[in-house]
Design a protein around this ligand. Sequence first.
Ligand SMILES: Nc1ncnc2c1ncn2[C@@H]1O[C@H](COP(=O)(O)OP(=O)(O)O)[C@@H](O)[C@H]1O
Ligand SMILES: [Mg+2]
Length: 254
Amino acid sequence: MSRRRRIYEGKAKILYEGPEPGTLIQHFKDDATAFNAKKHSVIDGKGVLNNRISEHIFTNLNDMGIPTHFIRRLNMREQLIREVEIIPLEVVVRNVAAGSLAKRLGLEEGTQLPRSIIEFYYKNDELNDPLVTEEHITAFGWATPQELDDIMALAVRVNDFLAGLFLGVGIRLVDFKIECGRLWENDMMRVVVADEISPDSCRLWDLKTNEKMDKDRFRRDLGGLLEAYQEVAQRLGILPEQDRPPVTGPTLVQ
Ligand SMILES: Nc1ncnc2c1ncn2[C@@H]1O[C@H](COP(=O)(O)OP(=O)(O)O)[C@@H](O)[C@H]1O
Ligand SMILES: [Mg+2]
């Protein structure tokens, strides 16, 4: 465990050198950060849940032919991934107004958007991940026009899949963020979905109660973050049996 070479340590994850060239090990920490790490705390067990939830989602994306960096989960906290060249953008897809969009445009949180909207943020902590346009992205060479087309097509496919997945378990997909990267296979390059997809990177609201089941519980000091992530995992059917609450069957009425 300790003799592996650490490639990068970020806010929520650590990347280690993988067993073969072109692979990495992605380790999920328990750290929760918000507002560009100005707010930080450790939530025991969050990393384990995000590892499992992200595994579930990426496995499904791979099965549907949506290319990702994900190879397989290795253990409770780690997964084997393909090393990619990360495109320095946070690609946000929104279905319902919330967070910074609601604030910026004066929309009430929870307003259904006329259609899904894709936004790009330049991934740069020093600048607080500013909102950028396609013009900025291509002018500064962060991605080519062709890559941007590929990224948007991926984002739409991921949104369609995720919205359906969550709707099926009584959860509204308000918005989410993905990161994409360049993956080389021989002389061919393709853009794939990288990083993680978990309640840290999505806004998930209970369909009936509108209860938040995502990182906004931490951002807004609502408490119960771990329980909410557990509930998401449970609804997706991916919590090991022993972590599920005891099944309460019908009681015999005398
Ligand atoms: N397949 C991959 N290859 C290389 N880098 C990756 C891959 N997937 C994710 N990353 C990068 O690894 C880092 C994951 O750690 P994280 O804690 O999320 O970092 P950050 O604080 O930069 O968001 C991110 O910077 C992400 O862009
Ligand atoms: Mg990150």
